[in-house]
Design a protein around this ligand. Structure first.
Ligand code: IVH
Length: 669
């Protein structure tokens, strides 16, 4: 393809991918399957590799930056990010309304009510339509530049639909489901869980490595234009509609209310419906709609007089903790769980709550028999908040973690830097059982009808010893199980059969290799394409992949070095389980494990053996990017005769410099 054709196609791909992205992440109405999106994305990646000059900062490929920052820069907000004063009951709301009415005199007014999203306030700056900076609120005047992390949020457009220069504001958050999933993984890894989705979102956006934020499934609702007067709108609801039309994600539950009575009704209805939302809210924000009236009302030093935040009371209840039980997970982590006297909290009956680890039990001074305060973190996960020490009778018993695995009796260990106790016996029946439950789960082999109970039963009755035995199950064996009829046995066998055709990444994830989540499994499958190739990969090959770090590479090599693993894979192969990646392929260049892959290289001075163009072509064929200017992002400078300022700059920045001889050596490898 020539440059001109490439340019056209790149432009076309931007438009298509941006549209699909918008439909998926903003409208929540995908119009094509993921595989189609992946395919077009791979095409764009490949084109940008071939024609690096066509890669623009708003390209859909530029969501996850490669660079790990040393620190966040400070950002001064042009328009201060104020906070809101609070209302805690109906009376506070009526007082607010009286103050508004008094200040506006005879003028009629209306309110916009919005959900108060429980996340992290951020500001996004666009110049001529292009996202140039994203920052935290900080103290309201000075925040931190978290552009790279915010770009990973797919509902944030990298380019808005009109070339406006403006700053918009909103709340970045983590959906409840993602929060639950993240904490499950953290528990499994022996890491501290996040207390709630807000902390999880804030923690993710304050990471210096944007890949972490990218893996956290964050989202955003925009709720304001920093300087709405500039855009020609005259109402707050108008600016929200404007945000919609520019491709931003706003919250659709907002309502225009004519009276404070209507506001109070709205507040009450959301207090009720709140547990059903897929994200956390901690209240309702009420804003005077007219921008002119907002101006008339003005602001105090800290908050506007034209808005107020109604805060929901956190629902906390008291119940008795009757016991603490232990469970052993797939990774051997032993987790203590509180058994509670059943109690209603935020819409459901709660009878168990994870206590995570012993440190936490000590910290909260929890004893068996205590009365405890319960709430739902992220409105879903029951959590023991504190103990009511005043209600102790002296009958309460201290709890101590055992020194031996409750399932297999082997000695528990506490690995360095971890809070969790682990059973490290690979033969531990609990780990094997949980591992099999993981293997059949939805993101892994997705075998419908093989739930926890069925697996536990099959394992207890010695019908399966490891996951390869799943493929040997017969109808006779299945129909003899509790609560399994002919029909469900047939369906289950069909689901098992179908799972043999899964693409490699599902199997890889299902094997439960340490540190290899669903996303990493996909990356590995894409790069190595077959199980055998991956099994033979060494550290160097693994680390050459951008997304794979030390820990994961080490875990993969260690995993495949075990003879039991090779045997298991042979058994799976013999059973007819597919070992090949079936998704969209990476371009040849991406797969390259050459020294030049993913490196940015600058050529300067006169070369003897090669022309500049030849050098460029060869480097690019091996996956390198040749750039015209030296910057912090440059990995290597090739300096020929009479190299000038570019060489000086490279020296100044401490960038590696090679001569032509060294370049030829590497190219000829
Ligand atoms: S408006 C000057 N609207 O609540 C008005 N804030 O103290 C600025 N928040 O830090 C805020 N949802 O991060 C507004 N729909 C919403 C909101 C919202 C959440 C947060 C915001 C701010 C805090 C208010």
């Amino acid at each position: 393809m020539n440059q001109q054709a490439a340019e056209l196609r790149v432009h076309e791909l931007h438009n298509i991918l941006n549209q699909y992205n918008y439909e998926y992440y903003v409208l929540d109405q995908p119009s094509v399957p993921d595989a189609e999106y992946d395919r077009l994305m791979q095409e764009l990646i490949k084109l940008e590799e071939e024609f690096p000059q066509l890669q623009t900062p708003d390209s859909p490929t530029q969501r996850v930056g490669g660079e790990v920052l040393a620190a966040f820069n400070k950002v001064r907000h042009d328009v201060a990010m104020l906070s809101l004063s609070n209302a805690f009951n109906e009376e506070d709301l009526r007082d607010f309304d009286r103050r508004v009415k008094q200040a506006l005199g005879e003028d009629p007014y209306a309110y916009v009510c919005e959900l108060k999203i429980d996340g992290l306030a951020v500001s996004l700056k666009y110049e001529e339509g292009l996202l140039v900076q994203g920052s935290t609120r900080g103290d309201g005047n000075v925040g931190e530049d978290i552009t790279a992390n915010l770009k990973t949020i797919r509902s944030i457009p990298l380019r808005m639909k009109q070339p406006y220069t403006m700053e918009v504001r909103g709340e970045a958050f983590m959906p409840k489901q993602s929060f639950v999933a993240l904490n499950t993984v953290r528990d499994e890894k022996g890491e501290e869980p996040f207390a709630n989705p807000r902390n999880a979102a804030a923690g993710s956006l304050r990471q210096l490595d944007p890949r972490i934020a990218a893996s956290r499934n964050l989202d955003i609702f925009l709720y304001a234009v920093a300087d709405p007067g500039e855009t020609g709108v005259t109402t707050h609801s108008g600016s929200l509609d404007l945000l919609d039309s520019l491709g931003f994600k706003t919250n659709k539950e907002r309502k225009l209310c004519q009276t404070i009575e209507e506001v109070i009704e709205y507040v009450a209805s959301w207090e009720e419906k709140r547990p059903k939302l897929p994200y956390e809210i901690d209240g309702i924000v009420i804003k005077v709609d007219s921008l002119k009236q907002q101006q008339q009302l003005g602001t105090t030093a800290k908050s506007p007089r034209w808005a107020i935040a109604y805060k929901f009371p956190a629902e906390e209840v008291v119940t008795k903790l009757v016991d603490i039980t232990l469970s052993v997970g797939r990774t051997g982590v032993v987790t203590p769980t509180a058994v509670l006297q059943p109690v209603r909290v935020a819409g459901t009956t709660v009878q168990r709550a994870s206590l995570h680890n012993e440190d936490l039990i000590r910290e909260k001074d929890i004893k068996i028999g205590d009365h405890v305060v319960i709430k739902k973190a992220g409105d879903i996960i029951p959590e023991v908040v504190s103990v009511i020490a005043d209600r102790r009778t002296g009958e309460e018993k201290d709890f101590h973690m055992p020194t031996q695995c409750p399932e297999c009796g082997s000695e528990l260990v506490r690995l360095e830097g971890e809070v969790a106790l682990r059973c490290i016996n690979p033969q531990c029946p609990a780990q094997i059982r949980e591992g099999m439950i993981h293997f059949v789960s939805r993101n892994a082999m997705n075998i419908d009808g093989l739930g926890e109970k069925v697996i536990a039963q099959l394992y207890r009755e010695n019908l399966i010893q490891d996951v390869s035995d799943i493929y040997k199950l017969t109808k006779d064996q299945l129909v003899n199980l509790e609560r399994m009829g002919e029909k469900s046995a047939d369906n289950l066998l069909q689901a098992i059969e179908a799972s043999k055709e899964n693409s490699l990444e599902k199997l890889l994830f299902g094997l439960g290799i340490r540190h290899v989540g669903a996303k990493a499994a996909k990356t590995l499958a894409q790069h190595f394409e077959t199980m055998d190739a991956l099994a033979q990969a060494d550290m160097e090959q693994l680390l050459a992949i951008h997304e794979i770090g030390d820990k994961m590479a080490d875990a993969v090599v260690t995993y495949f070095n075990q003879p039991e693993v090779s045997e298991l894979i042979e058994r799976l192969k013999a059973a007819g389980v597919n070992m090949v990646y079936k998704g969209p392929k990476l371009s040849a260049v991406e797969q390259s494990d050459s020294f030049f892959a993913h490196k940015t290289i600058v050529l300067t001075g006169k070369l003897e053996q090669l022309t500049r163009n030849e050098a460029k072509e060869q480097i690019e064929a091996l996956g390198g990017k040749v750039s015209g200017s030296v910057s912090k992002k440059t990995d290597l400078v090739i300096a020929g005769e009479e190299a000038g300022t570019k060489l000086d700059k490279a020296m100044e920045l401490g960038i590696d410099v090679w001569d032509e001889k060294r370049l030829l050596e590497e190219l000829n490898k």
